[in-house]
Every structure is written in C-alpha cells, then in structure tokens.
Design a binder for this molecule. Structure first.
Ligand SMILES: Cc1cc2nc3c(=O)[nH]c(=O)nc-3n(C[C@H](O)[C@H](O)[C@H](O)COP(=O)(O)OP(=O)(O)OC[C@H]3O[C@@H](n4cnc5c(N)ncnc54)[C@H](O)[C@@H]3O)c2cc1C
Length: 482
C-alpha cells in the first residue's frame, strides 16, 4: 500500500486524497450500517482522465477499488475493502445537457436522482425511476443497483430508462456503450452493466431517457381490515388490464409509524392501506380512477379516498416516501429486506413473514412496491442487545428464501451486495453462477473491482448449503446442488 500511495500522490492532487482513520470513517459503510470496514484511502477524482489514471494504477498494483456514489445503498454494495481504495464520485455532479428533442439528459454519475427531474421540468419532462432515497442517491449508484421506485411499475426500472453509458474498465479503458438511437448493435452491454453493482466497470457518464410529464393524475388511498384483501386487490387491479403509475402497500405498523411522523392522513386503524396513482390524459385518468375504485371496494376495502387535489395527493405520497425514516423513529435499528414475488402470492408471503416474526420474536413493518410484487419487510431489532443482529439477519435470509420458494427473487431493487450473497446460492445453480463468474472475468480478470460482492464463489455456496442442510432448517432442494 505504501508504494501505491506514493504513486497515487504522483497522479492526483493531495486535496483529492483522504487518509487518516477519523476522516475515513465517513466512508466505512453504506446504509447497511451493520457492516463497516475502514478503507485504505478515499480518492475523489473530478475528470474522466483522473478516473482512468486511478484505475490503471490500481490495476498495475493489484489494489482493490470500490466506486461510491452517495452511500445510500442498502445491501453493502459500497462497503470498502480493507487495504483497498474508495473511488468517490461526489465531484461528478454536473448535468451536462438536457435535450428536449431527443428527450434525454446527459449527466455525470454523481448527479442526484431528483435533480434530473428538476432540470427536465423546464421542458415538461421527467426522469421516471424515483427511488425513495432520490433526494440523496446518485445516478451512478442507481445504474449499479438497477434501482426502482414507486413509478417503476408503469415506467420501468433504471435499465429501461438509460440510453447510453460511458464506462471506465479496470484497465483504465474508456468504453461507449448503448446509443441514442432506438437500438444498438452487438451484445447488450448496457443491460449487462446496469445492475452489475460496480463490479464490471465505473460509470463516468450516462444518457438518460426523459418522459413527458403526464397531464393529469389521480391518487387513491384504500383502507383494508385484512392484509390479505389488500394483497388480492393488487392482483385484481393488474388483472383488469390497468397499469397504475404507482401501486404501494403498507401494513398497520407502517401506517402508525408514518402518522406519528408526518401525519399523511392515513387511517391508523386499518390493517393495510393501498396507494394507487393513475396518470395520463384527463379522460383516461377519470375512467381508470373510477374502475380502480370499484375494484378496491369489490376486493373488500373498508374505505376508498380519492385525493381531492394535488396537495392531498402529494400528502398521501409523502407518507409513503417518509416510511423508512418513520420506522427509524420507532425502533433502535431496522434491517430492510428486498425480495420480489409474483403478485398473486402477496397475501401468502405476508402471512409467512408474520409467522417468522413470531418465531424470531422480532417485529416487522411491511412497506412495499405492491404492484411490482417487491416486498420491503423492515425487521426491527436492537444492535445493543447481544445476538439480535444475527437473529435479524437469519430472519431476513428466511424471508428471501421464502420469496424464492414462491417463484420470486432475492432482490427487487437494492442489489445483492454482501447482504444477500448467501441467498444467491439458493436462487442460482452451479452452472448459472459459473456464467456470472465468466462475465466478471471478461471485464476484470484480476477481480479488483468491488471484490467479494454480489456473486458468491462456488466454495461459499457449498459451505452455505452444508450449513443449512445440516442444520435441517432450510428444506430447499436447490441447496443440494452444491
Ligand atoms: C431511505 C432509503 C430509501 C431507499 N429507497 C429505495 C427505493 O425506493 N428504490 C431503490 O431502488 N433503492 C432504494 N434505496 C437504496 C439506494 O438508495 C439505492 O440503491 C441507490 O441507487 C444507491 O445510490 P448511491 O448513489 O447511494 O450508491 P452507493 O450506495 O454509493 O453505491 C451503490 C453501489 O453502486 C456502485 N456505484 C456507485 N457509483 C458507481 C459508478 N459511478 N459506477 C459504478 N458503480 C457505482 C457502488 O460500488 C455500490 O456497489 C433506498 C435507500 C434508503 C437509505
């Protein structure tokens, strides 16, 4: 590391290099703060050529490197490697251009998600993927995690809203992938890089698709006495051929936490609320709004409220967007899981989570993107109580494995990182994981870019499988494959 540091000071100004334990502590974790590692140093480049020079040096000296946006990731993706470096992209914060004719914005990777829509608003355009963390998280982090948000049900995830990327490889080469045209020839590297969790290359520029802002929208809030009815209502809305702009669900614990925090006007006695946003032209919004209201009532809603104006609709959404911080107020710590299931199983899986909550003696708050079947159980625990973190982790793992058992996946939008690396062994078999390793090797044969994340080694899976099978706790046949 000493020789490396000497060379680093040769290519970067000293003011762009952070050292010293106290200063490095700022970078020791992302929003999965249960895991912390102090990096060897942090480098803050502000040009593509600097990123290239840093990666070339790391490659030559075999120094592991982890890219970092805002550090809001929930799966430990930006967790540093000890004796490795953090490549902080905070200075890459410029919106290079907004092109209303192409309906695209060219941005640097450290640009905050929300500021893209703010810049596009002058042209009545917006950037659709809207994670709840959008005031802080960056476009680079969104691309690496293939982030979603409440409007992704209708408008797609990050991968559906990117036209082109500039990437720097581990060897310091600059690649242009994707195209501003409708299609690009060759393998779809754009899709491959999106969601690759900073393990294949560093995004240094992105061209994002912008959409026209809908002229009208209607937001409905439905209260249910039974969580199962709310789950079934979600499936019924989609089955009726309606794709709402957003369709979100929250259970009673979530409703109470939100009301105590920001008074969004949710009915505190309801077992669950559904928030449904319809957007489009006024006639479409009116007719679909009425149709959804009927479906909700038929599904057993005790009450359906149509927001009377924009302010009330914004208040309904503000409750949903503030749900995580609201839960942060009622528990010493929470562990946010992120699994996806086919919509038709929402009610069953919520029931199983409830049973697991009793088995582990830890509370759970469910706040999630119901339309996508993307669950976010927040497991409440207290890290100060010996053994509670481990219990919460085990409980979280069981939830993800339940999602797989119901035909779902272990991640919806937060990525695998270090958090779900064991459950990758449940989701994928040996051949599939071997293909993932082959892709990693094609981009980064020395394994220096964000090592140890997202794709488990086969040995790790063998240990994970043996552990679970011998414990007799997880009867998934997939585990026998290792
Ligand atoms: C309160 C809260 C609410 C959230 N809500 C949502 C939500 O609704 N939907 C959702 O999808 N997520 C949500 N998240 C998770 C998180 O905000 C997203 O994963 C986000 O995309 C991370 O962006 P970031 O800039 O903070 O990235 P970081 O946490 O800094 O990094 C995340 C990953 O991206 C990689 N990375 C970062 N920049 C680059 C780059 N330029 N090139 C290559 N790799 C890079 C890192 O190495 C790491 O693997 C939420 C988080 C919080 C704390």
């Amino acid at each position: 590391m000493d020789k490396f540091m000497e060379q680093l000071y040769g290519i970067m100004p000293a003011a762009a290099i952070i050292t010293g334990t106290e200063s490095l502590r700022v970078y020791e974790c992302d929003a999965l703060s249960a895991y912390r590692v102090i990096p060897g140093c942090v480098v803050l480049p502000d040009s593509i050529s600097e990123v290239q020079a840093i990666l070339r040096l790391c490659h030559a000296e075999k120094i592991p490197i982890v890219a970092r946006g805002a550090g809001t990731g929930l799966s430990g993706g930006a967790l540093p490697v000890a004796d490795g470096i953090i490549l902080g992209l905070a200075k890459f914060n410029r919106i290079i251009s907004v092109d209303p004719l192409l309906r695209a914005a060219k941005v640097q990777p450290g640009v905050r998600n929300l500021s893209v829509s703010e810049a596009a608003a002058a042209y009545d355009l917006f950037y659709a993927p809207d994670p709840s963390s959008q005031i802080a998280c960056t476009i680079g982090g969104n691309i690496a995690e293939n982030s979603g948000g409440v409007h992704c049900l209708k408008y797609g995830l990050t991968v559906h809203n990117i036209l082109a990327l500039k990437i720097v490889t581990m060897e310091g080469e600059l690649l242009d992938i994707g195209s501003e045209a409708l299609d690009a020839a060759g393998y779809d590297l754009l899709a491959l890089l999106t969601g690759s969790e900073g393990m294949l290359g560093v995004v240094v520029e992105a061209t994002l698709r912008l959409l026209p802002k809908p002229v009208a929208r209607q937001i409905l809030l439905a209260a249910f006495d039974r969580v199962e009815d709310a789950g079934n209502a979600v499936a019924a809305i989609i089955a009726a051929g309606i794709i709402p702009a957003g369709l979100e669900m929250m259970d009673n614990a979530g409703i109470r936490a939100v009301e105590a925090y920001i008074q969004a006007g949710y009915p505190v006695d309801a077992a669950a609320v559904l928030l449904c946003e319809i957007d489009g032209v006024p006639e479409e919004v009116l007719s679909e709004g009425q149709q959804v209201e009927r479906i909700l009532l038929d599904a057993g809603a005790a009450e359906v409220r149509m927001a009377r104006d924009q302010a009330e609709g914004d208040r309904f959404w503000a409750g949903r967007k503030a749900a995580f911080p609201a839960v942060g107020r009622i528990a010493a710590d929470y562990y946010c899981m992120d699994g996806t299931i086919p919509r038709k199983h929402i009610a069953h899986v919520l029931r199983e989570i409830d049973e697991l909550s009793r088995e582990y003696g830890l509370g759970v708050v469910n706040v999630f993107h119901a339309g996508d079947g993307n669950l976010h159980p927040l497991i409440l625990y207290d890290v100060a109580k010996p053994g509670e973190l481990e219990k919460a982790e085990e409980f979280g793992g069981r939830i993800l494995e339940t999602c797989v058992a119901y035909g779902g996946t272990i991640t919806g939008e937060h990525g695998v990182g270090i958090e779900k690396i064991g459950q990758m062994c449940v989701q994928f078999n040996r051949v599939e994981l071997t293909q993932f390793h082959a892709i990693k090797e094609a981009f980064d044969p020395a394994g220096l870019l964000n090592p140890g994340k997202a794709v488990p080694t086969l040995r790790r899976c063998a240990e994970f499988g043996a552990m679970h099978v011998h414990g007799g706790r997880l009867p998934f046949p997939e585990l026998d494959r290792f």
